[in-house]
Design a protein around this ligand. Structure first.
Ligand code: SF4
Ligand code: SF4
Length: 364
């Protein structure tokens, strides 16, 4: 923690250098930012984050509530990285800026409530964490599924049913509030590290860990032991299809897939969910903004805690694009599913969509 409000903040040199470099850019990626598009905030443009973080790093601005207010409106969607010829990581700069203002006593809105919730074993988002999901075995797991802090029990149980149908012994782990990812996004670094360490102690040994929410992947990769593969749900399940371990009832249902930003742009995972949907006979309808060009639902960087109105506007914008397809929507991110459902969209988690189409077990 910092000494006192207004002291010269500490931003890692590489982040400060990148932010300074970006602050000289003629805002070439502004068109790509979904928060700018949805809210019209002129401090939501990627360039504004470069400027705020660079000014903080050089002591040209005070790490106070005013600076914190200019570090709100980013969802971490990486859309600005696609057209950026400098490969700038804007969310990393926003995280560093948020950590700096928090250290100086002026956290971005929602941070301390989220920290307190996690310290109490609750989700930082105020969502009831799933309970009563027993493991299929006590040892010898093939897969550990780690719930996100916005998952619901139905979707987790669906994933467990799919894995059981493929003969995989599965453990289901619910973090004590947070894997650390959301806290890191809010700039609560020490608490994020502690949360990740607590989750590490809960993980039983297994060759594969599946994160049901792509926002948890970075934290889990730093937590899981060497030799453990940390995968998103779609990548894990498409491998089972390739092994002929999963069978689905074929139904020609029209569906639109909403690519979660961190899956499509952060992990380069766009084909596996489409192959899984195709394995059920689904007919894919592509919305405006799909694959690596997907448009954010507002679920990242804890935006719904920091600036709820901006998060809702971003979700509404995406829900309108998806709704224009006229097809029910499937996605593979608990946060995106909740944001889009709150915006009034008919949206289903990929695991639940697949589990509902499993070929029934023959009677014993
Ligand atoms: S990461 Fe996404 S929300 Fe954040 S500045 Fe870039 S485009 Fe905007
Ligand atoms: S992310 Fe790249 S293109 Fe966008 S403002 Fe920064 S340097 Fe310019």
């Amino acid at each position: 923690m910092a000494d006192a409000p207004g002291t010269l903040p500490m931003i890692p040199d590489d982040v400060a250098a990148a932010a300074l470099h970006g602050s000289f850019c003629p805002k070439m990626c502004t068109f790509a930012c979904p928060v700018t598009e949805a809210t019209g905030r002129d401090d939501a443009v990627p360039w504004s984050f470069h400027r705020t973080v660079s000014d903080l790093a050089q002591g040209r601005t005070t790490a106070d509530a005013h600076a914190a207010s200019h570090l709100e409106a980013c969802t971490g969607c990486l859309a600005c990285r696609v057209p950026c010829v400098f490969d700038q990581d804007v969310p990393a700069q926003v995280r560093a800026g948020r950590a700096t203002v928090r250290d100086a006593g002026s956290p971005v809105a929602g941070t301390e409530d989220a920290v307190a919730a996690v310290a109490d074993g609750r989700s930082p988002y105020g969502v009831d964490l799933p309970a009563g999901l027993d493991a299929d075995a006590t040892t010898g797991f093939d897969v550990v599924v780690v719930a996100g802090c916005r998952d619901d029990a139905r979707d987790l149980d669906a994933l467990r049913r799919i894995l059981a149908s493929a003969g995989r012994r599965t453990a289901l782990v619910v973090p004590e509030g947070c894997c650390g990812g959301t806290l890191a996004d809010l700039g609560a670094g020490p608490e994020a590290t502690a949360a990740a360490a607590r989750l590490g102690e809960l993980l039983p040994p297994a060759p594969v860990v599946v994160a049901t929410d792509p926002h948890c992947l970075p934290a889990l990769r730093s937590t899981a032991g060497d030799g453990t593969r940390v995968l998103d749900t779609a990548t894990a399940l498409v491998q089972l299809v390739d092994e002929d371990a999963l069978r689905f009832v074929s139904e020609r249902t029209r569906v639109a897939f909403h690519d979660p930003c961190l899956l499509a742009r952060g992990e380069d995972v766009t084909t596996p969910p489409r192959r899984l949907l195709a394995a059920t006979g689904a007919v894919l309808v592509e919305p405006e903004g799909h694959g690596a060009s997907t448009v954010c639902s507002g679920a990242g960087m804890a935006l719904e805690l920091v600036a709820p109105t901006d998060a809702a506007a971003t979700a509404d914008h995406r829900a309108r694009q998806l709704g224009a397809t006229g097809a029910p929507v499937v996605t593979a991110c608990a946060g995106a599913r909740r944001r889009l459902a709150d915006a009034g969209l008919d949206v289903t988690d990929l695991a639940t969509f697949l589990a509902d189409r499993l070929v029934p077990e023959p009677p014993a």
